[in-house]
Unconditional design. Sequence first.
Length: 356
Amino acid sequence: MIAPESAAIAVPESAQPPLLEVRDLKVHFPFVRGHLFGRQRGVVRAVDGVSLQLAEGETLGLVGESGCGKSTLARGILRLVRPTAGEVWFAGRRIDNVSRAEMRQVRSGLQMIFQDPFASLNPRMTVGRIVAEPMEVGGLYNREHRRLEVMRLLELVGLNPRFLNRYPHEFSGGQRQRIGIARALAVNPRVILCDEPVSALDVSIQAQIVNLLQDLQQQLGLSYIFIAHDLSVVRHIADRVGVMYLGRLVEVADSRELYEQPRHPYTRALLESVPIPDPVRERQRSHHLLGGEVPSPDREYPGCQFADRCPRREEKCDRESPGLEGESHAVACWYPLEENATHDGSTHDEAGGRRE
């Protein structure tokens, strides 16, 4: 197997050091397959060498198919699952190897909003206790101060402060997600990892939650890693977007540039899968459908993991794994789409002809 070249980390142009940095993070899960006798052990490479940076006040969107490792990456950063390898740095401090007690302190600066606003809330606890619990764990404030802070947070996320004695089942899905946001804000974090926070909500409620997150970011100076499979939502909220495929980042770029000039064939296919409301334009635009099956994450590939489904596949793709190369626009592909590609992904050569 030929090892991939060291991956560059696509970062925003800023003189300030990153607030959060992930270096070659891997999260592998062991599993057993086969019959009772003659078992064969292997690993699922849920996250397989991801490097990224998040600047102060920035929103980094993460998109990709279900099972590509987006949520596992977020949990690995927070060490809700133990990373297999790699490093995580927060505010200039390495946090992937600290003790449990130290990690509890670190999590006051790193919080998470979960996908299911009902499953993530304890049904036996009142809203007041749910929001106050992180303050109690962190030793913040006395009992009366905590009560006042809970009321302030509920009001901040658009809920009536008098609701603090109610239980989660008494609220709608959008209201429960607001409670989850208030809980994440309880310890004054600097970074919030949003794990598909709107995917379980109605479309009309999704817009309200996204607008709330943007308002809170402006008011409190928050930084987000926003995970979603809805590309339109990510385009609306993210400053930069990272595209994941089978545990790896395959493209990272400024949001506008990535949506207008995708350079990885997988990114192009993802964007073309989003329907256009105009039926005339929808019929006219080209679609690059992906063939083959999604590879299994328990296999190790000598070349590019996307090769079996890629329309630009060459012999080199089967032999060598591409690293994530580039600065403002990074792509992991030996034969990326040209920057002046037409809407159907072809380019024009010097003679004026079209080249696939």
